[in-house]
Ligand binder design. Structure first.
Ligand code: DX5
Ligand code: ZN
Length: 221
């Protein structure tokens, strides 16, 4: 089996040196750059917008995995597409017509993703499985980095794994929130193929990033 993809969440990076930190984490082996976009309304925190994605996009070749925690989401799809997102992930609660939102993303040549909050059932994904290239299972309630992994979400990861396998399509199963070397093995065993990690990657200074990423994959550098 291919090794799990690691998607460092730049929410935990040094915002005063964001470009340098993104370059450092890419050089340290990140497979995706995970960008958490929050609006202070859909989730109780405010982060960054398309201008920052655009500014960072030129710094590395690594694909940008943009997690939109904003509502309404539709008015911003175009801007994030123009900014250079490679994957755009939305929450089903972030607009009245999530199927249309996913199609709009795909029509722009970007991979559409659907995020499931801890309280959102897998049933929300079922009618949309053919319209997504990524499923993001939230293992914390969205809004903040540094929270503890919610173990009950492991059953959901397993259920999503079965749905993806039955679809016969290549769909990334990404897990986001509280992922560290202790919780990563359970997420991988449940069927995750990509792990988002903020605090567990951006700790210990830049020299530690490669080791931190390797530890999430289950090995050392
Ligand atoms: C939470 C975000 C996560 C978060 C992960 O709303 O979607 O990506 O930053 O941070 P850690 O790995 O610190 O839980
Ligand atoms: Zn995220």
């Amino acid at each position: 089996m291919a090794s799990v993809k690691i998607a460092p969440s730049i929410l935990a990076a040094d915002f005063a040196r964001l470009g340098e930190d993104v370059a450092a984490v890419a050089a340290a082996g990140a497979d995706l750059i995970h960008v958490d976009v929050m609006d202070g309304h859909f989730v109780p925190n405010l982060t960054i917008g398309p201008m920052v994605v655009k500014a960072l996009r030129g710094i590395v070749e690594t694909p940008f995995d943009v997690h939109l925690m904003i509502a309404p989401v539709d008015p911003f799809i175009e801007e994030f597409a123009d900014a250079g997102a490679d994957i755009l992930t939305v929450h089903p609660e972030a607009g009245p017509h999530v199927h249309r939102t996913l199609q709009t993303i795909r029509a722009r040549g970007i991979k559409p993703g659907l995020a499931l909050n801890p309280g959102t059932p897998v049933a929300a994904l079922e009618p949309l499985i053919d319209d997504v290239d990524l499923v993001l299972v939230m293992s914390v309630n969205p809004g903040f980095g540094g929270q503890a992994f919610i173990p009950s979400q492991l059953r959901k990861i397993e259920a999503v794994r079965r749905l993806i396998d039955a679809s016969g399509r290549e769909i990334i199963l990404e897990v986001d929130g509280g992922v560290n070397p202790e919780t990563a093995p359970d997420a991988i065993a449940a069927g995750a193929t990509a792990l988002v990690a903020g605090s567990a990657v951006f700790r210990g200074g830049r020299d530690a990033y490669a080791g931190n990423i390797a530890a999430l994959r289950g090995g050392s550098v």
